[in-house]
Design a protein around this ligand. Structure first.
Ligand SMILES: [Zn+2]
Length: 157
């Protein structure tokens, strides 16, 4: 629950201009994170994740690549602190991003076109600690993208 409260506060401070967007995570921090988390199962889909050292990972080929998953997307004010990142497979990470991209597309061209409470709902859903039917729409979208990405990676016949 504390994670949800934390991301809601952080997102709100970002949305209302109190804190800026974080700089991108450094390549060395990314490398250490992937190295450390390789071999774990993805918390979202359960696949055993691998570290493709020194490779630019592609979801079609390296679908099981361990990636730095931001619980609160960086574009919504997320940082790279321990609290806000978790290892996720390439496909789940991409599907989460696709849900946000589609949400933005429904309202306009940028996240600033999306009403605060709509993004807030997405943020609470992303924190993953509250299971409520009001998140069904996001969960269905996530599953749809996951399926589509798995299909393009040749994981589904
Ligand atoms: Zn996954």
């Amino acid at each position: 629950m504390i994670r949800t409260v934390y991301v809601v506060i952080r997102f709100s401070l970002f949305y209302f201009g109190v804190i800026p967007e974080c700089k991108r995570i450094s390549p060395s921090k990314k490398h250490h994170f992937r190295n450390r988390e390789a071999g774990q199962n993805c918390p979202k889909c359960g696949i055993k994740m691998k570290h493709y050292k020194g490779k630019l990972v592609n979801h079609k080929i390296h679908y099981d690549a361990v990636t730095v998953g931001h619980i609160l997307p960086q574009s919504l004010g997320g940082s790279h602190s321990k609290w806000q990142i978790q290892p996720e497979c390439k496909i789940c990470n991409a599907a989460h991003g696709a849900v946000l991209a589609e949400l933005i597309h429904q309202y306009g061209r940028s996240k600033w076109d999306v009403p605060y409470f709509v993004l807030l709902k997405f943020v609470v859903y992303s924190a993953g600690q509250i299971k409520s039917t009001s998140f069904n729409k996001f969960e269905n979208e996530f599953q749809r993208h996951l399926f589509r990405l798995k299909e393009t990676a040749g994981l589904i016949d």
